[in-house]
Design a protein around this ligand. Structure first.
Ligand code: CUA
Length: 360
């Protein structure tokens, strides 16, 4: 007989497990795949439910037969040696053929979904080129000469075709509410498409372990109405303005402290710029390709979308980036954080922050 305290602890463990399991299923979580916001994610969710319920039915049937057999055919004290049997052809055929039919069915539905979702239905999707870097995402809009970082603006109800590239290590591009994961592989171009059919901010995340700051490699997909998107495009194509005196001091420091070596501010980055910086890094120089800052002040987040853009956060970032995002390239490569002669004073930081925030 089970003793009461043991039974009670079993119940508590069971209930805690249930709570933990169901807490993960909260569809209002920002990265829940159970709250699809576009056709690609919805189709993938549909496939998940088909497979889930097929597996659930099999599980319940097998468990029911097993529990029944355990109880009905358990050994009793009066039993002698049971009948010796050597298999049952009918049963064996059933439990071989039924799973084969089930797996073929699931295979057909899965492959059909893969083919259905291979290309965007629209002939004129918004084209976005995404570069995954250690440890942030860069987005370029080749039709509009725009390069941005950590945020991807898209219009609602329009197909978005994304080219995925990396020139360091493997990453994976994932916006759970819009589409499944696609690996980003150095040396090849992978593609994905999605569409948001509601406005909103959708959280994305690198989903392949890619080094120290992998968990801090996030990004946002911001879906806005077409008119608002066009305004964003216009604003991103204007030259950035530097109105205040303090911001002008910051602009000078941005050059003299060497920030400009890794970060562009004068418009979009070309592939040549990206490759030459990455090549220099691989050759052991104190250079890496950093986020394009042309319109930094217009962004909501920075540093792999882990922090909100505001004066306080930027000051903290420029004081000690390593404390906020361990492993980031800037803290190990930039002169300001490695060469005492180049160190940033409090007034330098104030001026740089004013400059960065003025880049609207
Ligand atoms: Cu990039 Cu993980």
């Amino acid at each position: 007989m089970v003793r009461l305290p043991a039974l009670r602890s079993c119940c508590i463990v069971f209930l805690l497990t249930i709570v933990a399991v169901f807490a993960a299923c909260n569809s209002s979580s920002p990265q829940s795949t159970f709250d699809a916001a576009g056709p690609v994610a919805r189709e993938q969710l549909r496939l998940f439910w088909i497979i889930f319920w097929a597996a659930m039915i099999v599980f319940v049937l097998v468990m029911a037969v097993m529990v029944y057999s355990i109880i009905r055919f358990r050994r009793r004290p009066t039993d002698g040696i049971p009948n010796q049997v050597h298999g049952n052809a009918v049963l064996e055929i059933i439990w071989t053929v039924v799973p084969i039919i089930l797996l073929i069915g699931i295979g057909v539905i899965t492959v059909k979904t893969l083919f259905d979702l291979d290309q965007p239905p629209s002939s004129d999707p918004l084209r976005v080129e995404v570069w995954a870097h250690q440890w942030w995402f860069e987005a370029a809009y080749p039709d509009y000469s725009i390069t941005t970082a950590n945020e991807i603006y898209i219009p609602v109800n329009r197909d978005v075709s994304v080219k995925l590239m990396s020139n360091d290590v493997l990453h994976s591009f994932w916006v759970p509410k819009l589409a499944g994961k696609t690996d980003v592989v150095p040396g090849r171009v992978n593609e994905q498409w999605f569409r948001a059919d509601e406005e909103g901010v959708f959280y994305g995340q690198c989903a392949e372990f890619c080094g120290t700051a992998h968990a801090l490699m996030k990004f946002l997909v911001i879906a806005v109405p077409e008119t608002e998107f066009n305004l964003w495009l216009d604003q991103q194509r204007l030259p950035a303005v530097i109105p205040t005196e303090l911001a002008k001091v910051g602009a000078t420091l941005f050059n003299t402290k060497g920030c400009i070596v890794c970060h562009s501010v004068g418009g979009a980055d070309s592939n040549e710029i990206r490759e030459s910086r990455s090549g220099a890094f691989l050759a052991g120089q104190m250079v890496s390709h950093g986020p394009n800052l042309t319109h930094f002040g217009s962004r909501d987040v920075f540093a792999g979308a882990i922090m909100e853009v505001n004066e306080e956060n930027l000051k903290k970032w420029l004081q000690d980036p390593e404390a906020l995002k361990p492993g980031n390239r800037m803290s190990s490569l930039a002169g300001a954080f490695n060469d005492p002669a180049m160190e940033l004073s409090t007034s330098d930081i104030d001026a740089l922050v004013a400059y960065l925030l003025s880049l609207k």
